[in-house]
Design a protein around this ligand. Structure first.
Ligand SMILES: [Fe+2]
Length: 259
């Protein structure tokens, strides 16, 4: 089974620049590349920060853009999103009984869970008691099956102080929900705009750059809080006994000089 992970589009109104980049154009080019080379994937997941400021114009652009996209696509919200504006543009995205944009997708290979870690108009993430109860219930239902989790905010530090301050709040409470389950294969996270691998309490976790601006590992290396580095999408290959994650720098790919 192949799935695609892509994240942090930070869309504004079409044509509007963000940090010198055109987020709609870049996200569109990445989606085109996925459609061209990975049309055989089972589905695609976009792990939040779909927009930069939660504008209806940006959500409408994405809704229009995805109409021609050949893969089934699961959308999630991040701290830069606005839940209600998102739901207006994507009314068919499932919500839990409390209105949070989180849901499950069951396949013969196992269960994929898409979590809502949006706190509000702040950068840090939240996974409140209501959301934790939903997750506990989903994990109980998935007993005996393999589970893959997607979430915008990481529940752990990654060694970049600026990002560690705005990770998921109450990580211990989140970890407690997972602690009773040994069937969690992988956590796919976002938010940090970098390719990173983390082993968190025995669970493999990966993140990838966004399609727009990135976050430098060392701010001093670029002299700014954000950087221009290659966007990537993840190509996830799931087999019976392994999960492989490739990171493809789709906009910077070209032939080597074979001369
Ligand atoms: Fe982001």
């Amino acid at each position: 089974m192949k799935i695609i992970h892509i994240t942090d589009f930070h869309l504004s109104a079409p044509g509007e620049k963000l940090f010198g980049l055109d987020p709609c154009q870049r996200a569109g080019r990445c989606l085109d590349d996925i459609a061209r080379w990975h049309g055989d994937a089972a589905f695609c997941v976009i792990t939040g920060d779909l927009t930069h400021q939660g504008s209806a114009q940006a959500y409408d652009w994405l809704a229009e853009r995805l109409k021609d996209f050949p893969l089934k696509t699961f959308l999630m919200v991040g701290n830069h999103d606005a839940r209600e504006a998102f739901c207006e543009a994507f009314p068919n995205t499932p919500r839990d009984e409390n209105g949070f944009v989180q849901y499950a997708h069951a396949t013969p290979e196992g269960v994929f869970l898409f979590l809502d870690t949006l706190k509000g108009p702040v950068s840090e993430g939240e996974y409140c008691v209501q959301r934790r109860a939903w997750l506990a219930d989903q994990l109980a239902r998935a007993k005996g099956k393999r589970v893959w989790i997607f979430m915008h905010h990481p529940p752990f530090d990654i060694g970049i102080p600026y990002m560690d301050r705005i990770k998921l709040e109450e990580p211990e409470a989140f970890a407690e929900v997972l602690s009773a389950h040994d069937n969690i294969q992988h956590i796919f996270f976002a938010h940090v705009h970098r390719a990173a691998f983390v082993n968190w309490r025995g669970i493999p976790c990966t993140c990838l750059p966004g399609t727009s601006h990135q976050i430098p590992l060392n701010r001093e290396s670029v002299g700014a809080p954000y950087s221009i580095e290659p966007p990537m999408y993840g190509v996830v290959l799931i087999e019976e006994d392994q999960t492989v994650v490739h990171f493809d720098a789709c906009l910077d790919r070209g032939p080597a000089d074979m001369g």
